[in-house]
Design a protein around this ligand. Structure first.
Ligand SMILES: Nc1nc2c(c(=O)[nH]1)N[C@H]1C(S)=C(S)[C@@H](COP(=O)(O)OP(=O)(O)OC[C@H]3O[C@@H](n4cnc5c(=O)[nH]c(N)nc54)[C@H](O)[C@@H]3O)O[C@H]1N2
Ligand SMILES: Nc1nc2c(c(=O)[nH]1)N[C@H]1C(S)=C(S)[C@@H](COP(=O)(O)OP(=O)(O)OC[C@H]3O[C@@H](n4cnc5c(=O)[nH]c(N)nc54)[C@H](O)[C@@H]3O)O[C@H]1N2
Ligand code: SF4
Ligand SMILES: [Mo]
Length: 699
């Protein structure tokens, strides 16, 4: 797929497969190669721009592409024919189901796949095998954010549109290093700051590039955001900055909220968050004074044992200040991965069915079964397991077969030592990836060669409900196949030929479409043809003449009549620093690397940073005998790493930071998830990646 000189012979339209901004990309191809990549001008997500990751798409690596299936024999993965691999997977799954029942099988996918792929996997697991055990890497990414939104709105319908950025006069950005993680959007925000004189508040324990853009940087102690949000509400109440009549009209439970906030002690808030009361007051007044505030958040809120509470208390601030249902304000929830919205609307989660239907609802199961052409009883009425629960069930011997598609959990799930032991013990592990080796492919019993990005066709929905078509531009290399074709081949081999009758992805899209009729994400007015012509369209789009829905709830009529405020108190992270492990570890993203680095790690782009590092505050460096640039030992209760130290005031005293793009293939003592903790948010089951206790020493 490498580019060589020369002009493209045709251009195809696509979406950048990396982050959740979902930038429109035009790709110039010639002779089965990418010649040029440019931002799609008409796309509302990026208005023609791309960041360094998007620009580097033309260099998608060929190195270590997985070109053919492999089957483990005598402990070694060996090349196999496609038929042999499909037969093996089908037979082993049938055997497992007949011995242990459908719930002994599970699937783990990604939130960067196409709608048609989610639809096929979901139908296979829920409609054919009869288990709801399907979960995705969205669990590690935006589960808390979504639970917060659903709790507040009564529906998973992100209200805003990207164009709100240019209309806002204030941005409240928290737990979000968007200059690094969403560069195209952060540039739009920087331009709006200059043009509208918009104010930027950033809440982050670290002095990130995003914090450097802020007018007010609240350097909060990790894990204490609920207190900050409640403290902001307290100031607003005390100073009469809330229009209480408007708030009562907007939400169901204002008086309950008021009683809860009246108990907030501002000195306690200041002490625990590490912020001055004056800073909090100044911020509360700035929010209340602004006309249109956009609230943006990232993993500093989501990836926490109190993630859902952090998000819902942030939404409280938006609602009580009337920042909802008008252009230029509200929660602009930009997910981490490209098609996390698509994943949810197709219902490829353990509790959902297509069109945001629920597996626990008999009517919903019937509606889906009738379109799937199966008996309603085939769909299990109990919620499936989340990925953390799937792993626990494997450990207990309850789940015997796992099929992983498009994810690398041996690098990206917390407590690598534990998950490796669990997956080494499973009877049957199928991994479907485009590269080999990855941390996860190395453990597979059967390895299936998927196709990536331009090698297949499908639709993706961006974070503001915008549906886009990704066109196929290149043939998959070697024996690689579009992922859904591989799953359908196994399904047909298991006897599900009627269920998977489709001639092409458009047939799949058309079937899915019928399941959205009358649902929040109604896309019955869309077709591939229309998407080719009009490009990005935001749901609901209930008929062919409908132009799409830029913003939701502009009439301030919400799915449950009014909104819900979240009532939450502070709970510290599961593991706090103590005398044995006196520092708190934060992990997160850095530029030039993407996730576990199976692609970026094989590209020139990432050459400037070849190994992870640990950032430590100068005071701690002195205290623990650490010198800038030298190797140090960082240990938690679960593992020990050896990393180069970067001494900097960008991290707070008492905390250290390590990026997470390096798995154990970089070296067992380089993979940060060897240190992280298996602690989850009670509501969303999202892991805590932003707080565990570590110690450090020079070596
Ligand atoms: N270059 C690059 N870009 C990416 C990705 C990538 O791998 N590489 N991945 C994409 C994906 S899937 C995602 S999810 C996003 C992630 O993008 P972000 O959410 O922006 O990234 P993180 O670094 O995980 O976390 C954001 C910030 O939260 C802060 N933080 C930690 N604890 C707390 C806390 O308790 N409270 C608050 N308020 N802040 C806290 C951290 O210091 C960090 O700066 O990036 C997307 N974009
Ligand atoms: N410590 C720590 N850990 C974290 C985080 C953190 O902040 N700190 N963040 C978490 C977050 S937000 C996320 S989103 C997760 C990401 O976690 P993962 O989703 O596990 O990470 P990726 O590296 O994107 O894994 C995708 C895999 O799919 C392959 N692939 C790419 N495209 C295709 C395709 O089209 N088909 C197939 N079959 N395979 C494909 C890639 O080669 C790669 O192996 O990591 C989480 N882990
Ligand atoms: S901002 Fe995100 S979607 Fe846009 S080009 Fe960069 S990585 Fe791709
Ligand atoms: Mo993510």
């Amino acid at each position: 797929m490498k580019s060589k000189g020369g002009e493209p012979e045709r251009w195809v339209m696509s979406i950048c497969p990396y982050c959740g901004v979902g930038c429109g990309v035009e790709v110039g191809v010639r002779d089965g190669r990418i010649m040029k990549v440019k931002g799609m001008r008409g796309n509302p997500a990026n208005l023609g721009e791309l960041c360094h990751l998007g620009m580097a798409l033309k260099d998608m690596p060929e190195k270590e592409r997985l070109l053919y299936p492999m089957i483990r024999k005598d402990g070694v993965l060996r090349r196999a024919s496609f038929k042999e691999a499909i037969d093996t997977v089908a037979e082993r799954l049938m055997e497992t189901i007949s011995m242990y029942g459908p719930d002994s099988v599970a699937m783990y996918i990604s939130a960067s796949e196409y709608i048609e792929e989610y639809y096929v996997y979901n139908k296979f697991m829920k409609g054919c095998i009869g288990t709801n055990n399907i979960d995705s890497s969205a669990r590690l990414c935006w589960a808390s954010g979504v639970m917060g939104i659903v709790g507040a709105f009564g529906q998973d319908s992100p209200p805003c549109t990207y164009g709100d950025i240019e209309l806002a006069d204030m941005f409240f950005i928290t737990g979000y290093n968007m200059v690094v993680s969403k560069p195209v959007l952060s540039r739009r925000i920087a331009r709006t700051k200059r043009k509208n004189r918009a104010t930027i508040v950033v809440v982050d324990p670290r002095r990130t590039p995003t914090a450097r853009m802020a007018d007010i940087h609240l350097r909060i102690r990790p894990g204490t955001d609920i207190l900050l949000h409640n403290g902001l509400a307290r100031v607003m109440m005390d100073e009469g900055l809330i229009d209480e009549d408007e708030a009562r009209g907007l939400v169901h439970n204002y008086d309950e909220f008021r009683a809860h906030i009246e108990k907030v002690d501002m000195d306690g808030v200041a002490m625990t968050t590490g912020l001055d009361v004056e800073e909090i007051e100044r911020t509360a007044r700035a929010i209340a004074r602004a006309e249109r505030v956009l609230f943006l958040w990232g993993q500093g809120l989501n990836q926490s044992t109190t993630g859902t509470g952090k998000v819902s208390t942030l939404l409280n601030i938006a609602f009580v200040t009337g920042n909802i249902g008008r252009p230029g304000c509200g929660p602009l929830a930009v997910t981490g991965q490209t098609d996390a919205m698509g994943l949810r609307e197709v219902g490829a989660l353990p509790h959902l069915l297509p069109g945001f239907r629920k597996v626990t609802d008999e009517e919903h199961r019937k509606e889906v079964a009738s379109i799937w052409g199966i008996a309603p009883e085939r769909i299990s009425k109990s919620r499936g397991k989340t990925f953390p629960a799937i792993l626990e069930a494997i450990d207990k011997g309850e789940i015997r077969a796992l099929w992983i598609i498009h994810s690398n959990p041996l690098s990206t799930f917390p407590d690598t030592g534990w998950i490796k032991r669990v997956l080494e013990g499973i009877d049957f592990l199928v991994v479907q990836d485009c590269y080999h080796p990855t941390e996860t492919t190395s453990l597979a019993h059967v390895l299936l060669p998927g196709s990536q990005w331009l090698e297949k066709e499908g639709c993706m929905t961006n974070s503001t409900r915008g549906l886009n078509l990704v066109e196929k531009a290149l043939p998959p290399p070697g024996d690689a196949r579009p992922d859904l074709e591989i799953v359908m081949a196994v399904a047909r081999r298991m006897g599900y030929t009627g269920e998977f009758w489709y001639r092409n992805t458009e047939d799949i899209f058309e079937e899915y479409k019928t399941l959205t009729r009358g649902r929040p994400n109604d896309i019955t007015g869309v077709s591939y043809r229309r998407l080719r012509k009009e490009r990005s369209l935001q749901w609901p789009i209930p008929d062919p003449a409908h132009r799409g829905t830029e913003r939701r709830f502009t009439d301030r009529r919400f799915p449950e009549g009014r909104l819900f405020l979240g009532i939450h108190g502070h709970t510290p992270p599961r593991e706090s620093p103590d005398s044995d492990y006196p520092l708190l570890l934060i992990t997160g993203v850095i530029p030039f690397h993407f996730h576990s680095g199976t692609r970026t790690g094989r590209m020139k782009l990432s050459l400037p940073v070849r190994e992870p590092f640990v950032q430590i505050h100068p005071v701690d460096a002195v205290r623990y005998g650490v010198t800038d640039g030298e190797y140090v030992e960082v240990a938690s209760r679960r593992g020990t790493l050896r990393l180069r130290a970067v001494v900097t005031e960008d991290v707070m005293e008492g905390t250290v930071f390590i990026p997470y793009h390096f798995g154990y293939l970089t070296g067992w003592n380089k993979a940060v998830n060897m240190l992280t903790i298996r602690a989850y948010d009670d509501v969303s089951a999202q892991p805590e990646f932003k707080a565990c206790a570590v110690r450090i020493r020079g070596c």
